[in-house]
Design a protein around this ligand. Structure first.
Ligand code: HEC
Length: 117
């Protein structure tokens, strides 16, 4: 019964508490240069402002608090969505999505050239 086994597989996948994608930082690098990322509508990509990791600190641990343009963001996903919404006029990334995981993997791989931080 093909239908049932597909259904069972889905339940197993979605039901496992922390099912995560194997994050792909190469794909994240492509997303970093994508002006349509997260529904963005302003023709800018992350790379427009963060070329070579400009303005980004080194090796995000996932524990950071961010202050961007005077506003506090409580983690990397929130910081990314803030930039997408405010600077790229988009909607943001689905929490736990493949796009979010891959983009974060790429950001963590950057050397970070934030000055004075
Ligand atoms: C129009 C310019 C612009 C675009 C486009 C942009 N950002 Fe930003 N971003 C900023 C500015 C400005 C800051 C604040 C930098 C600072 O405080 O020195 C910032 C801060 C950040 C931070 C916090 C950096 C830190 O270490 O404190 C992250 C993470 C970030 N951006 C990710 C992204 C991502 C991912 C994208 C693409 C989805 C993106 N940004 C697109 C301008 C931009």
């Amino acid at each position: 019964m093909k239908g049932i086994s597909t259904f069972t597989l889905l339940v197993l996948l979605l039901g496992s508490p922390r099912f995560t994608w194997a994050a792909d930082s190469d794909r994240g690098q492509t997303l970093f240069g994508d002006p349509a990322l997260g529904g963005s509508t302003w023709g800018k990509s992350c790379r427009t402002c963060h070329e070579n990791g400009e303005g980004l600190r080194k090796g995000f641990s996932g524990q950071e608090r961010f202050t961007i343009m005077g506003l506090h963001q409580k983690g990397l996903p929130e910081a990314i969505d803030f930039c997408i919404q405010v600077t790229m006029r988009g909607e943001g990334l689905e929490p736990g999505s493949r796009d979010q995981a891959d983009l974060m993997a790429y950001l963590r791989s950057l050397d970070g050239k934030a000055s004075g931080k």
